[in-house]
Write a protein that binds this ligand. Structure first.
Ligand code: C2E
Ligand code: MG
Ligand code: MG
Length: 580
């Protein structure tokens, strides 16, 4: 049978679709259309959301709701997906009867009869404007400096990463100017912070005036600013000349007197370090580091000067090269050790632990993952290292499995994007679980937002395949990336971890506190567990508990330690099991 359209359908019940009358009891807005895409039925929640009464929409096509924000391609892709997969889900902007445009989360399912003939479509939508507002608030707080309104370090790194990739493709170069105000501390100490802030705001405005639309002026922190120049000449010599000209322009602009209290004129000078990029393999962090080294040279040269990063400053980079050589043999030499850090509930009961890798070098030094994981990601060693971590975690879970006191604990394993993207990653996880006969629900994989940025379908499919095995997922370092709602909706995460940079200042920085509250609210409405990372103080724990956070990790509950130390802490009741 087919769904008819037309006004005789208003409020009517379709014989074969006898579930239609219950639509009004469903909380979400629902619209049913026939195979010709004509609306045959809507529920009350639909009318409340869109402002259209059933009589006004029945017989019409859903185009009536179009906001004009999506192009023809968008709808074409949507209908193609529905034709191929029978359903489509995603974020879409629609228009209410009163003209207001709003975002909604839309799920469309095609309906077929027993013989496979298309009967119609059911669309379910929820208004996500509030979540979008929270999302953009989080983004603003997370990416802009609240004093000067300039992009912060995080946004700068992000733009730098993009500029670098673009430069590599198109062959042009860019430059980073690391700017530090000379003797700013004196001013702050003698005239006070309010005057210091006033000067920083003024500097930010002048920097903005010295650069082009496509460039970025960011505040790095304190009295440090970074300007990123893009699309300079492909020839490094020419690019260097252009960058120097802008650096001189900045010095001149900053040298103009600034009027502070009581008509007091302040003369500000700056030191600038420059590094060029383009066609380079270097990471955004290391480019910034080069500019920082150049800045030191400028300061050593007596301030109020501009210096380039040059070959003599290479020593720091040489150390890194040495590290890389050592890293190649570390796995074979058995120099890696897994540490674990406890994860606890609000009342400090253990639920599990996160594994954190350490490199014990032959010279007796212990190298942390922040120093060698980025390197291993660049040269691909992360793949065998990641496999070793996975295998060791499963081996440990197996040992715990035999102990009634410990067999309820979960282990979270960090998985880097490059490792996850290996074509046989699912297989590798399956093998590790099988080899050690581990219950998959006790293994949690921590992924970061960088993984979710491209090839989304591939990532979703892989996650779903792993989820089908019983594995769960946690989104690590949340808040430092895009904090996008769409990601959270689309990927099967069970948990998100608030990055410790926000927890750090939660009790005395209003911006960080509001980000954390917004993340907790978002987690709540999306029914995701939220874990606070890096909790060091009782006050931070108290604040988080008061605002609804229920899982915690941080030095307050325990530092990362070896498995033996972890088990000893449980035996000593320094760490409490749920029933203890
Ligand atoms: P992460 O996954 O966000 O891990 C949390 C980091 O915060 C750990 O640093 C931990 O020692 C530190 N931390 C925990 N509580 C506190 C606290 O209260 N205060 C402070 N200041 N720090 C705290 P760690 O061990 O240096 O690891 C750094 C990062 O390296 C990890 O960040 C993770 O992204 C990466 N990593 C560690 N192990 C692995 C691994 O096996 N594979 C991969 N791909 N990455 C790993
Ligand atoms: Mg982690
Ligand atoms: Mg983290």
């Amino acid at each position: 049978m087919s769904l008819k359209s037309g006004s005789e359908m208003v409020g009517a019940c379709q014989p074969a679709l006898d579930w239609l009358p219950i639509l009004d009891r469903v909380g979400a807005a629902v619209m049913v259309a026939n195979a010709e895409q004509r609306i045959v039925r809507v529920n009350r929640a639909f009318s409340a959301m869109t402002g259209y009464a059933a009589e006004e929409v029945v017989g019409k096509t859903p185009r009536l709701l179009a906001s004009g924000r999506h192009d023809g391609d968008f709808y074409q892709r949507m209908w193609n997906t529905i034709r191929q997969r029978g359903a489509w889900e995603g974020e879409i902007w629609n228009r209410r009867r009163n003209g207001e445009i709003y975002p909604e989360w839309l799920l469309i399912n095609a309906l077929h009869d027993d013989t496979g003939v298309l009967e119609g479509y059911v669309a379910t939508f929820s208004d996500i404007s509030q979540l979008k507002r929270a999302e953009s608030e989080i983004q603003h707080l997370a990416f802009y400096d609240s004093l000067t309104g300039l992009p912060n370090r995080r946004l700068l790194l992000d733009r730098l990463e993009k500029a670098r990739a673009l430069g590599q493709r198109n062959g042009y170069s860019g430059a980073l100017l690391f700017i530090d105000l000379d003797h700013f501390k004196n001013l702050n100490d003698t005239l006070g912070h309010a005057i210091g802030d006033h000067l920083l705001i003024e500097v930010a405005q002048r920097l903005r005036r010295c650069i082009r639309e496509c460039d970025t002026a960011a505040r790095q922190g304190g009295d440090e600013f970074v300007v990123m120049l893009e699309a300079l000449d492909a020839d490094p010599q020419q690019a260097a000349v252009a960058a120097e000209a802008i650096a001189e322009k900045i010095c001149a602009a900053l040298a103009e007197p600034v009027l502070l209290v009581d008509q007091h004129e302040h003369f500000c000078t700056a030191s600038i370090g420059i590094s060029l990029f383009g066609g380079t393999e270097k990471s955004a962090e290391s480019l910034l580091k080069q500019a920082d080294i150049a800045l030191y040279k400028a300061k050593e040269a007596g301030r109020n000067t501009v210096r380039y990063f040059d070959q003599a400053m290479q020593t720091a980079l040489d150390e890194r090269a040495q590290l890389e050589v050592g890293l190649r043999y570390a796995l074979a030499k058995g120099e890696f050790v897994l540490h674990v850090q406890p994860q606890v509930t609000a009342d400090k009961r253990l639920v599990g632990a996160e594994t954190l890798i350490r490199w014990y070098r032959a010279d007796g030094s212990i190298v942390g993952p922040d120093r060698f994981i980025p390197l291993a990601e660049e040269n691909g060693l992360i793949v065998p290292i990641g496999l070793w971590v996975l295998d060791s975690a499963c081996a440990q879970l197996r040992r715990w499995g035999g102990d009634p006191a410990l067999n309820g604990l979960c282990l979270a394993v960090n998985v880097s994007a490059r490792q996850f993207r290996q074509p046989d990653f699912v297989e590798q996880v399956r093998n590790a679980l099988a080899r050690h006969q581990v219950d998959p629900s006790r293994l949690k994989l921590e992924l970061t937002e960088s993984l979710l940025l491209d090839k989304k379908d591939e990532v979703v499919d892989k996650m779903n395949a792993l989820k089908a095995l019983g594995i769960r997922f946690s989104l690590d370092d949340f808040g430092t990336g895009y904090a996008s709602l769409a990601y959270l909706k689309r990927f099967p995460f069970e948990q998100l971890k608030i990055d410790r940079s926000f927890i750090n200042h939660i009790t005395h920085n209003a911006d960080d506190a509001s980000i954390v509250r917004a993340i907790l609210a978002m987690g709540d409405s999306l029914r995701l567990q939220v874990v606070a990372e890096g909790v060091e103080q009782t006050e931070q724990h108290g604040y988080l508990v008061r605002h609804g956070c229920c899982l915690f990790q941080g030095y307050l509950f325990g530092r990362p330690v070896t498995f033996a130390e972890f088990e000893a802490a449980i035996a000593n009741a320094d760490l409490l099991l749920p029933g203890a």
